[in-house]
Design a protein around this ligand. Structure first.
Ligand SMILES: Cc1cc2nc3c(=O)[nH]c(=O)nc-3n(C[C@H](O)[C@H](O)[C@H](O)COP(=O)(O)OP(=O)(O)OC[C@H]3O[C@@H](n4cnc5c(N)ncnc54)[C@H](O)[C@@H]3O)c2cc1C
Length: 457
């Protein structure tokens, strides 16, 4: 059977390829995981995706959905060959329906494009990944991604009202409705969110949106140790203030940022917490007062920014973290493993301390930053990629970080997804629930063609 001819018949001759150069371009995402597909297909509509799935299912050909390939867990990598289904071309914003507080989009819409379209109307889609300028909404939904605003606004799953999904056999379903709530049957929307392309292909989504807050302010507080910083976060939240963002930058992160751009000038400290508060002008002032009262006895310095330019400077510095890490040592490269743990809020100080001891134990410089307000910490580790011993140390350190997070009641992935990078921890983290996931997978995809090798299912 001439597979490529059939694929080209479905999507058009220029939209399905076996060119080795193109296959190579699709052989990785933003992690270190590699796997070359046999075919790359770029569908333009749901009907084409449906026909492709029917064909792939009939012949047992693996299908790996792909958005922008910014995933950090190998999710969009075709481990078993087969088809990579590039959905980035299905990128229409179909409807902005302010009266119903929702938008309808195709999966290939880049995250920041949606918020740029909503801003003039005074609305926004709250999940806020660092990869906003690159990642697709389809990828964000499939990974249940989130970002800096989670502490107050929740993750992607809190905003998905309905999904159009092409199932493994090519049938097309809608998982929800346009209403803001529904109690009709199993919550298939939530089942699909975070399923990482293992249960179906998302071809449309209806997302809830919110009005933009009228005022905001940013506060930077410095602390002698990360544990003190962690304590302050727990105290702030239990004092009833839920910041719109609450980020930690540890000492290494601040050093790296200041080396990258001396104008950033964040004071050198054991750890820095960046609070963002939003709401009405009055409520922001009230919240800021509480944060100041909580921080004062423990902080070595507090800076409050209210004008837009200063706030933007601070946020730009925060966004630079991922790129600036190469300044630790230009001969080393950041490897994304063990980088996305989440722990219950009250365990944050303990987790921070344990990361420091893991850093010493394995003689690796670990930069810790992330969304501390929701318990999500990113641990950045750099190694010389040509040094096998450093790879071994890195794997051991990442393994210990993952197991420590689980031991504290946490998760190995708070937002980046499991993919193949973290699938070996699914049993430890989810226990018998993994068996239920495997049953669901077998029921919906009996031939196992949808993104095989991912999620431990
Ligand atoms: C610099 C940087 C910063 C980042 N910051 C964040 C952050 O703050 N928060 C965060 O959550 N993530 C972050 N990420 C990770 C990544 O951007 C997210 O996981 C993002 O959601 C992936 O989107 P994508 O379009 O690139 O998806 P891909 O990487 O292409 O795919 C991700 C997964 O989704 C599946 N998939 C994609 N499209 C569909 C579809 N239409 N239907 C079914 N399955 C599909 C794929 O099979 C794969 O399993 C960051 C990554 C980078 C490189």
């Amino acid at each position: 059977m001439d597979v490529i001819k059939k694929l080209q018949k479905i999507v058009g001759i220029d939209r399905a390829t076996t060119s080795p150069v193109q296959l190579y371009c699709y052989s990785s995402d933003s992690s270190q995981i590699r796997g070359t597909p046999d075919y790359v297909v770029r569908p333009q509509n749901t009907e084409q995706v449906s026909q492709l799935m029917r064909f792939a299912n009939k012949h047992g050909i693996p299908v790996t959905a792909r958005g922008a390939g910014t995933g950090l867990a190998g999710g969009a990598v075709a481990l078993n060959g087969g088809i990579v289904l590039d959905l980035s071309g299905m990128d229409m914003i179909l409807d902005i329906d302010i009266n119903n507080l929702q938008v309808a989009i195709e999966p290939g819409v880049i995250h920041s494009r949606l918020n740029k379209a909503l801003e003039p109307k005074g609305f926004f889609f709250p999940p806020d990944p660092g990869s906003s300028e690159m990642c697709t909404l389809g990828g964000l939904i499939a990974n249940n991604g989130s970002g800096m605003r989670t502490v107050k606004y929740g993750t992607t799953k809190n905003y998905v009202l309905d999904l159009e999904v092409v199932m493994a056999d090519g049938s097309v379903i809608n998982t929800g409705s346009k209403t803001l709530k529904s109690s009709a049957g199993y919550d298939l929307t939530r089942l699909m969110v975070g399923s990482e392309g293992t249960l179906g292909i998302i071809t449309k989504a209806v997302l809830k949106i919110l009005p933009l807050p009228k005022a905001r302010t940013v506060m930077l507080a410095s602390f002698k140790t990360p544990e003190l910083a962690g304590d302050v976060v727990v105290k702030t939240l239990s004092a009833g203030v839920i910041p719109s963002a609450c980020e930690i930058l540890d000492r290494v992160t601040v050093e790296v940022l200041n080396a990258y751009d001396p104008n950033i000038a964040i004071p050198d400290a054991g750890a820095t917490i960046l609070f963002e508060l939003d709401g009405t002008k009055g409520s922001v002032q009230e919240q800021a007062k509480v944060v100041e009262i909580v921080c004062k006895p423990l902080a070595s310095g507090i800076r409050i920014a209210t004008d837009r330019e200063e706030m933007e400077e601070i946020w730009s510095a925060r966004r630079l973290v991922g790129a600036a890490i190469s300044r630790i040592n230009p001969n080393k490269v950041r490897v994304y493993v063990g980088e996305d743990i989440g722990v219950p809020i009250k365990e944050i100080p303990r987790m921070l301390k344990l990361v420091q001891s893991i850093s010493k134990e394995f003689d690796l410089s670990i930069m810790t930053y992330g969304h501390i307000g929701d318990g999500n910490l990113h641990t950045g580790m750099c190694i010389d990629m040509l040094d096998n011993e450093q790879w071994e140390q890195l794997d051991l350190a990442a393994d210990k970080i993952h197991r420590t997070a689980i031991m504290l009641g946490g998760t190995v992935s708070a937002e980046h997804g499991i993919g193949s990078a973290r699938s070996r921890y699914m049993r430890l983290e989810r226990g018998d629930a993994l068996d239920v996931m495997i049953l669901i997978k077998r029921a919906l995809d009996p031939k196992g063609i949808l993104n095989p090798g991912k999620l431990g299912v």
